[in-house]
Design a protein around this ligand. Structure first.
Ligand code: NDP
Ligand code: MG
Length: 328
């Protein structure tokens, strides 16, 4: 079993009087910078002037500077901008201004694992990755608690790297919930695999296959939408709160018998084989290479796939149905 760190294992004093630069004010940057400031730390947000986050950060009472100035003299630099642009921003605005002995922090191991970030030898390189989207993280913090997080140390120049990572976790409330230690590679590859095979890719493929099967057989798309998409949340909520057994207990005996006796015909040994291949391509860097090449050439592939998804039947019907749930 992995060791779980709590409040008593972390000391915010490690960061007292230090300058913490948070680069980015998006999903993670906004939540983390505001929580750390509320925890009494000296936080400056690093952004590009003229971007839409600049005003938002100011409006939220944050100190804001352009990235090079924010990084200058900072003891901790938290890189919370999209993974696919981190390499370019790091080379141009962060690395030249990084002081010796600073801690370079990430919320995902992508850049370090796949080589878009090549940090200098004279800094700590750490990860503090909250296991929730930014807005949720902030909401739980304001309720006086925190969401769980992962920490990792990739490079320990000062000998203090892990204490800094734990302190950052404490600053966003994560040690109240619990903090697990991992390494950059394990976090990056498992995260990509999870979102591809199960969470984002797997689930949407399953919904679409089920929806299309019903519609192609002549069922009304609205009915198919309810059965294959809308009710998913109710099922997932049960599984998340109490495991699969809570869900099996809550649904009808008919649903339980049907689900358990036929599911292996949906996810077959071939699916598992495909998952293993996906995992290999994540581990050997092939996926990162494909994604970064699209990101660096205008995201044409991503745009085309996104357009096709938006125009798919389940999405078109979904818009109409969800409108029914809005109070008129
Ligand atoms: P976002 O897409 O929300 O980040 C957008 C922010 O980055 C904006 O403030 C934007 O400013 C800023 N930005 C974009 N380009 C630049 C630039 N060239 N210079 C300075 N600032 C720039 O990112 P996320 O929060 O989703 O992701 C950040 C990191 O956190 C990633 O490593 C991600 O994997 C990780 N992560 C994300 C989670 C999430 O919930 N989204 C969960 C856990 C980890 P502007 O307004 O000027 O464009
Ligand atoms: Mg993830």
């Amino acid at each position: 079993m992995a060791k779980i760190y709590h409040d008593a294992d972390a000391d915010l004093g490690v960061l007292k009087g230090k300058k913490v630069a948070v680069i980015g004010f998006g999903s993670q940057g906004k939540a983390q910078s505001m929580c750390l400031k509320d925890s009494g730390l000296n936080v400056v947000v690093g952004l590009r002037k003229g971007g839409k986050s600049w005003e938002d950060a100011k409006k939220n009472g944050m100190k804001v500077d352009e990235v090079p100035k924010a990084v200058k003299g900072a003891d901790v630099v938290m890189v919370l901008i999209p993974d696919e642009i981190q390499g370019a921003v790091f080379e141009k605005d962060i690395k030249p201004n990084l002081k010796q002995g600073a801690a370079l922090d990430f919320a995902h191991g992508f850049g370090i694992t796949f080589g878009t970030i090549k940090p200098p030898k004279n800094v700590d390189v750490i990860m503090m990755a909250p296991k929730a989207p930014g807005p949720r993280e902030r909401e739980v913090f304001l309720e006086g608690f925190g969401v769980p997080a992962l920490i990792a140390v990739h490079q320990d120049f000062t000998g203090n790297a892990k204490q800094v990572a734990l302190a950052l976790a404490k600053g966003i409330g994560a040690t109240k919930a619990g903090v697990l230690e991992t390494d950059f590679r394990e976090e990056a590859t498992s995260d990509l695999f999870g979102e591809q095979a199960v969470l984002c890719g797997g689930v949407t493929a399953l919904i679409k296959a089920g929806f299309d099967t019903l519609v192609e057989d002549g069922y009304q798309p609205e009915i198919a939408y309810f059965e294959c998409l809308h009710e998913l949340k109710l099922i997932v909520d049960l599984i998340q709160s109490g495991g699969m057994m809570k869900m099996w207990t809550a649904v009808s005996n008919t649903a339980e018998f049907g689900g358990l006796s036929t599911r292996d015909r949906v996810i077959t040994p071939d699916t598992k084989k495909a998952m293993k291949k996906m995992l290999k391509e994540i581990q050997n860097g092939k996926f990162a290479e494909t994604w970064l090449s699209d990101a660096q050439t205008g995201m044409k592939k991503l745009d085309a796939m996104e357009k096709a998804e938006a125009e798919s039947r389940v999405e078109v019907v979904g818009k109409e149905i969800r409108a029914l749930f809005e109070k008129k």
